[in-house]
Write a protein that binds this ligand. Structure first.
Ligand code: FAD
Length: 422
């Protein structure tokens, strides 16, 4: 049987060629746009709420394509871009936490003058035509994009929104891990797996147990990944307990606790790190569009054009409102790559509405669900699964110990701060 690398290459070659050409065309268009965009008085606003992977990508692409007379405003509550792929590593490894918080400024440096504005604030409610911020200000919009993602218990996402406090949050966990001898990570999703593997590979003498409620780790992915990961965790010395759902001290609480297992046995841990569950951030539309929030998943319901799904009453109002990324029920995977692909559809559709053209529809691609999972200090694995269950898996090696943070900063146009400088 051909290797997974060969299979994935032949399977996705046409897509990669098409995407490569599209990317070159986009760069060309962006250069022309930079020279032709004129900043006019009182432009209409495309308002993007949420400046993580999905919102930032979309805002950046809008600054490369909105016509004169329009501008984009990005509202994000965090002072810095939270590079959360590295949070599990910086929860264990000391002295690198500042590298997970990247300044936003460099990202929009090349945008045409007057096309972009960023506001560091929290939207507390959406209304027809405007949004209200925690500071009390109101911002009007012609088009609104909701990319507010989901809340997860720390360290998957952090509670603090300013860099200094967020670094302090990670340092608390680093210290607790360093001081504990017996550690339980509860929740065998991507964060729980990476965290337990990192703790054991940086501190091989500690006892580390990963506890998961189902029979399969990383339950959203295929069994082959589960089997590979279980093998790697065993080789590192992490104990894995499946089908167990012990009560924990609670989200974001990193404490010592006695965990009671199904058979009545109890185990005392110096430190329990809960790593379960996601809550979509939809409260901002709870008053304005309650019927657009799914009763099953709590996510925002959208049409295939990624416009808000209404109950018929507000259809015209909802035409100019989009939701995408982890907060929305798009049919795509809850992954950064999917959010970026959806961003391209939303961008095209905002331009189509401005020009009175036909709207594009989002169809998820298996590649958008590609996962890169770190398995301790040295190893990682890439995994892609298609709808029919076919999957591709490539084990690999991690780069440097801080997981190539400098590359991420470069992508954001920021000057890398290796040392703490808050
Ligand atoms: C450890 C880890 C590893 C991962 N690995 C991968 C991977 O290999 N590949 C991949 O594609 N994906 C990966 N993911 C998943 C990926 O990170 C998420 O799918 C992605 O972050 C979703 O982006 P988002 O912008 O939709 O939402 P989020 O990242 O949740 O961001 C939402 C943003 O909105 C802001 N916000 C929320 N409410 C408001 C408000 N009211 N006002 C202002 N701002 C607000 C938040 O502060 C936040 O910045 C990983 C995730 C983790 C935790």
């Amino acid at each position: 049987m051909p290797s997974d690398k060969l299979r994935v290459f032949t399977r996705y070659l046409p897509f990669l060629l098409k995407y490569g050409l599209k990317f070159l065309y986009q760069r060309l268009q962006a250069t022309v746009h930079r020279r032709t965009y004129c900043s006019l008085p009182s432009p209409q606003t495309v308002l993007v709420i949420g400046g993580s992977f999905t919102g930032v990508w979309l805002a950046r692409r809008l600054t490369e394509s909105l016509p004169s007379g329009y501008k984009v405003i990005l509202i994000e509550k965090n002072s810095h871009f939270n590079y959360l792929f590295n949070f599990p590593r910086y929860s264990v490894l000391q002295g690198h936490e500042q590298q997970a918080f990247i300044p936003y400024q460099g990202l929009f440096e090349n945008a045409p003058e007057g096309i972009f504005e960023q506001i560091t604030d929290e939207v507390i409610c959406v209304r027809e035509g405007d949004v209200e911020l925690r500071s009390g200000k109101c911002i009007q919009y012609a088009y609104l994009v909701i990319a507010t993602g989901a809340t997860q218990s720390p360290p998957a996402k952090l509670l603090a929104s300013r860099k200094g406090e967020a670094c302090a949050e990670l340092r608390v966990l680093q210290t607790r891990i360093k001081e504990a001898e017996r550690i339980a990570v509860v929740g065998g999703g991507a964060v729980g797996v990476q965290l337990s593997a990192d703790v054991k590979s940086f501190y091989p003498d500690k006892k580390v147990v990963l506890i998961h409620s189902r029979g399969q780790l990383l339950s959203n992915f295929g069994v082959r990944l589960h089997e590979y990961v279980v093998g790697k965790l065993a080789a590192l010395g992490v104990d894995v307990l499946l089908g167990e759902r012990p009560a924990t001290p609670g989200d974001g609480k990193w404490e010592s606790a006695e965990l009671i297992l199904k058979d009545g046995r109890s185990e005392l841990f110096d430190l329990v790190i809960p790593s379960t569950g996601q809550t979509p951030n939809t409260s901002i539309i709870a008053g304005f569009a309650p019927s657009s929030i799914s009763a099953q998943t709590g996510r925002i319901l959208v049409k295939s054009t990624l416009q808000l799904e209404g109950d018929g009453k507000f259809d015209e109002v909802f035409e100019n409102i989009f939701a995408l990324g982890d907060v929305a029920e798009t049919g795509g995977p809850k992954m950064a790559s999917a959010g970026m692909m959806q961003g391209e559809i939303v961008r095209e559709n905002i331009l189509a509405l401005i020009r009175g053209e036909q709207l594009a529809e989002y169809t998820p691609l298996a590649l958008e669900g590609a996962l890169k999972l770190r398995l301790g200090k040295d190893e990682c694995v890439m995994y892609i699964q298609e709808d029919d269950g076919t999957d591709f898996m490539f084990p690999g090696k991690n780069g440097n110990v801080d997981l190539e943070a400098a590359k991420a900063w470069k992508m954001f146009g920021a000057v890398f701060e290796e040392e703490a400088n808050e």
